[in-house]
Design a protein around this ligand. Structure first.
Ligand SMILES: [Zn+2]
Length: 293
C-alpha cells in the first residue's frame, strides 16, 4: 500500500489527516476501517492535579525517589501506577468526518488535490494558528495551558504533579517541567512528523523511489532510441551539512531548485510517454518530411 499523508491542525486545532492512497479501495471499506480504528494509551489517569506550585514533591536522595512534601511518603512509582489500571487514560479514534474521493492520476483534479495535501506544510502549527482570529488565538492559549499539565510520555516530569513518579527521574528533575515538544505553544500537541509516507510498506527509501523513476524514464526513452548521457558523479564527495553551515543556500532557493528539478523530470517523463505511445514514423512519411525540409 503506497500512501502520502499530511497532518495539520483543524480550526478547533484537532489534528486533521489528509492522505493520498494508491489503488482502488471501495469508499465503504475506507469508512468501515476508519470507524474500527482506535489507539489506546494505557497510562495512569491524570484528571486531578495533586500538587501545585509552592506545594511540590521533593527529591529524597537517600531513597532516590520523590516524596510528598508533608508526609515524606514516596510517590507512587510508574510500575505501581500501571498495575492499578483498569482502563486506558486516552483512546484515540478518527472523528465522524471521513471523506474519500477517487482521483485519476495526471488529471487537473489530481493536481488540485496534491495542492491541498501540501498547502500547509510550509507553515508551522503555530503559524497556522496565529494567522487566525482573536478567538482562535484564545482557544490556542487554553489548549496550550491544558497541554502544559498533560503528561507527554512515561518519562514526563508533569506526572509528579499527579503524585506519580515517572520513569528515569533524577535529582535534576523539576516537577511539572518537561522539555517535550508536545507541551510547546509552537506545536500545540502535534509534536511529531507532519508528513507520513509509506516507506514501511514499500520497503523502499525515498532514494530507491527516485532511482526507480529515473530508470523508468531512461528505459522508456531508450526504447525509442533516445539515450540520456549518464551524469558522472564519481568525482563528487558527499557529506552531511552541519547546522549553521554558511555554504547552505537559503531555504527559498532550495525549494525553488527542487521545484525546477521536478518540472524538468515531469517534462522528461511526458516526452518519454509521448515518444513511447506515438505510432512509429513510416519510411514514406520520413522521406516526405525530408523533402519538405
Ligand atoms: Zn512532557
Amino acid at each position: 500500500m503506497q500512501y502520502f499523508a499530511t497532518i495539520e491542525p483543524q480550526k478547533r486545532m484537532a489534528p486533521h489527516l489528509h492522505t493520498a492512497l494508491r489503488g482502488s479501495i471501495p469508499h465503504e471499506v475506507i469508512r468501515q476501517v476508519t470507524a474500527a480504528t482506535y489507539h489506546q494509551v494505557w497510562w495512569p489517569h491524570h484528571d486531578q492535579l495533586v500538587y501545585t506550585s509552592g506545594q511540590l514533591p521533593v527529591w529524597q536522595p537517600t531513597v532516590k525517589r520523590f516524596v510528598d512534601p508533608d508526609t515524606r511518603q514516596p510517590l507512587t512509582s510508574w510500575a505501581e501506577a500501571l498495575e492499578q489500571l483498569t482502563e486506558p487514560a486516552h483512546v484515540v479514534t478518527f472523528g465522524p468526518q471521513v471523506h474519500s474521493k477517487g482521483i485519476l492520476g495526471g488529471t487537473d483534479d489530481a493536481g488540485r488535490h496534491l495542492g491541498y495535501l501540501t498547502k500547509y506544510l510550509v507553515k508551522s502549527v503555530a503559524e497556522i494558528v496565529e494567522a487566525g482570529t482573536e478567538a482562535k488565538q484564545r482557544h490556542a492559549d487554553r489548549l496550550h495551558a491544558e497541554l502544559s499539565v498533560t503528561p507527554c510520555s512515561p518519562r514526563c516530569a508533569v506526572w509528579l504533579l499527579y503524585g506519580i513518579q515517572p520513569l528515569s527521574v533524577t535529582s535534576q528533575t523539576v516537577p511539572g517541567y518537561c522539555k517535550g515538544r508536545a507541551h510547546r505553544r509552537a506545536t500545540l500537541g502535534l509534536p511529531g512528523r507532519r508528513v507520513l509516507v509509506s516507506r514501511k510498506w514499500s520497503l523502499k527509501t525515498l532514494a530507491d523511489h527516485k532511482a526507480d523513476r529515473r530508470a523508468f524514464v531512461t528505459q522508456a526513452l531508450a526504447a525509442v532510441g533516445i539515450t540520456k548521457p549518464a551524469q558522472d558523479t564519481s568525482r563528487l564527495i558527499w557529506r552531511k551539512l552541519a547546522p549553521g553551515d554558511p555554504n547552505v543556500p537559503p531555504r527559498a532557493h532550495l525549494l525553488m531548485q527542487a521545484i525546477a528539478e521536478r518540472i524538468t523530470w515531469r517534462a522528461e517523463y511526458d516526452r518519454a510517454m509521448l515518444v513511447a505511445n506515438a505510432p512509429p514514423l513510416s519510411t514514406a512519411s520520413v522521406s516526405a518530411i525530408r523533402q519538405a525540409a
